[in-house]
Each structure stands twice: as structure tokens, then as C-alpha cells.
Design a protein around this ligand. Structure first.
Ligand code: ZN
Length: 154
């Protein structure tokens, strides 16, 4: 492995061991459940979308492989405080990165660039993008819905 790959690996392992923004968010007004049946990853994303369209808080719970958990951790850290439009634009760039569609995508993604290697492993792309698909489903869910929106990567 190159030094860069080792660095990326250590960031992913760190977020897997100590996930940021992990836990319940009772004040959430949007939430969704995501499943990746291929790997068994499950994630619940809860967020507060305020009156100005900003994600003022976001948390996740769930279980799965190291990549899915680290991705959920880094996703919440990346979108907290961002507008819905900015979060969705970030997802589009992240998706291009993990699919290997845009070699330049990593430049504007900050720490999320650690998932660039995933594009070489198609099965892992779903692990890395699950939390983001779930975020999108949560943003698209009706405010204060009793039922969480659900998304499956299959
Ligand atoms: Zn997985």
C-alpha cells in the first residue's frame, strides 16, 4: 500500500471505531432507514431541517461493515450546518468519486476523499454510499412523518 492508501485506511478505521454523530436525535423532523442487503449494512439517519433549509443537526444509528459505518460518520460531519441543496450537491460529487466517474471529484470533497479507493471494489460502492442515499431519502421525507422513509440499495 502507498502512504496515501494507508492514511485513507486509518481515517476509515478511526471513524469506524469512534463514529461521529452516532446516536438518537429526538428533535429530528426528518428521518429514513437505509439497507444494503448485499452486505447487511443498516443505517438510520435522523436530522433537523430548520426553517431556512439548513441541516442544523444530524445523527445516525445502525450497524454494518467498517466502510458503511465510517461513511455514515463522515457523511454526518460533512453535511451538518449545510443547506439541503449543498448537501445534495455534495452527495452527487461523492457518488461520482466512489463510482470512479470523475477523477477530479476528490478535490472538493475534503476528508470524504478517503473513499476514492472504493471505486475499484464495486461491491463496496453500496457500503460507502448507503448513508448518503439514506440522507437523501430523509431530506425527501415529509416533515414530522411518523414513519421513517426507507431506502434499499438493491
Ligand atoms: Zn458494507
Amino acid at each position: 500500500m502507498t502512504d496515501l492508501q494507508e492514511l485513507y485506511q486509518s481515517v476509515i478505521l478511526d471513524h469506524n471505531r469512534k463514529p461521529r454523530n452516532f446516536g438518537e436525535l429526538p428533535s429530528a423532523n426528518r428521518h429514513a432507514d437505509g439497507r444494503n442487503p448485499l452486505c447487511g449494512d443498516e443505517v438510520h439517519v435522523a436530522l433537523v431541517l430548520d426553517d431556512t433549509g439548513v441541516i442544523s443537526d444530524v445523527k445516525f444509528t445502525g450497524h454494518g461493515c467498517a466502510i458503511s459505518k465510517a461513511s455514515a460518520s463522515l457523511m454526518t460531519a460533512a453535511v451538518k450546518g449545510k443547506s439541503r441543496a449543498d448537501a445534495e450537491a455534495l452527495f452527487a460529487r461523492f457518488h461520482a468519486l466512489v463510482l470512479g466517474q470523475d477523477p477530479e471529484a476528490g478535490k472538493s470533497l475534503g476528508q470524504l476523499v478517503v473513499f476514492s479507493g472504493v471505486s475499484r471494489f464495486p461491491v463496496r460502492v453500496k457500503c460507502a454510499s448507503l448513508a448518503w442515499h439514506t440522507l437523501k431519502a430523509a431530506l425527501e421525507s415529509e416533515a414530522a412523518a411518523d414513519q421513517a422513509a426507507a431506502v434499499s440499495t438493491e
